[in-house]
Design a protein around this ligand. Sequence first.
Ligand code: PLP
Length: 472
Amino acid sequence: MLLMEAGDLQLTASGSRTEQLFHAIRHKIVSQLWPLNGKLPSTRQLAQELNMSRNTVIAAYEQLVAEGYIESRQGSGFYVAVALPEQFVPDVVIKDVQTKAMKEPHLQRAFRPGVGDFEAFPYRLWQSMLQRHSSRRILMGSHDPQGLPELRHALSDYLASSRSVSCDPSRIIITSGAQQALALALLATLSSGDDIMMEQPGYTQMRAIINTLGYRIKPVPVRPISGLDLDHVLKQQARALYLTPSNQYPMGTTLNTEQRLALIQWAQTNKSWIIEDDYDSEFQFAHRPYTSMQGLAAKIGLDQHLLYVGSFSKILFNGLRLGYLVVPSKLVDKCVMLKNVLTGDTPAHSQAALADFMMEGHLLRHIRKMRRHYQTKRELMVEALHRYLGDKVDIISQAAGLHITLRWQTGITEQQWVEAAQKEQLMIRAMSYYDEANFATRGWHGVVLGFGNAPLEKIDEDIRRLAKAFVG
Ligand SMILES: Cc1ncc(COP(=O)(O)O)c(C=O)c1O
């Protein structure tokens, strides 16, 4: 039997005598200077050696036993415990609580696409909604992975009135952002190796999901101003078609009713799925938005091939991570099963707060306010672009959403402009970011500028700086 010696046991300077002894012995054990099964000095012996009361030593030993560092063997004494807690629960020292993402200020830089105006968010109101639900015990347990019924009801009313989406609450699945809704839509409809047509250029995140899940992308060209190459789709077959029909991302084009109907018919004929991503349709500035494809298909009884995806990221804020998927009744069980397998239920407090926010009319008021606000920002941005860049670039995107897409032919490359903008602390996206690799090259350069988070009073000056960086 290995006997441990008090030896050079160093008491720490702070804390009570018991705590000092506890930490000194713990240090010996954790650094394995006192090995497993080593016998500790008796409490009487240690008290004598360290010139402290026996009660102090007993208290320290009891604490060490309670935390699993040592064990008491009846009639024999105290031993270093077999199971070293630190082997399983290492001391984690969080040196710097700032994560990499928090340190990256450019995440919120002016002109970053896809970010709303957080300054205009009704914080107080939102806080009161959250607070109202924060102590509800019922919300603390697990919930239906499909989403809270009250939120699905509120959403069903909202989608029916604003986008003519045909869905009773039983067909809605609340997801962690549109991102998860898109993944669920793919998993519920496709098998490994299936092909899916997707807009080119298109939403990069969707491309990443499709590739990661092992499906094959068939790119469909989207042209400046005229938009999706409809004939290209109609001539082909694929298990699914992914579209952003109300505000094509990133080209900012839209499909009219006739084009939407042609695609719905194509899906019916080919028994293909359509995944409609309606991520920012609330913000249409020039005309009333077209009815959603899902709503249009439902009117003619053809919505059994349509999956509709939406998000609260643009109308509220990205960090809320709430989105939704509306599916034909026959896909509900499969989607809920997949949602359950992937992440289980969605945080209940945010869902409950959002349901109230919608039912009490705050969401519609907020959207109306933000529509005017974003329209003003867009107009200022367009004026400034004309002022500082003249006819060097064309605006090719419609007056909608939270971004403006620019095109030009010669001079500076899109990558060079992105880098020059970065030096000005501005963030713009090269069109190539949205391109399918190996797809035929465009004959023009393009960038996408978000105006959602650009401070109103700085738009003119920021565009002036951006234009200076454009040495075309
Ligand atoms: C085309 C498109 N779909 C969906 C989303 C929304 O994604 P999420 O709800 O996951 O934030 C975005 C966000 O930028 C988008 O650009």
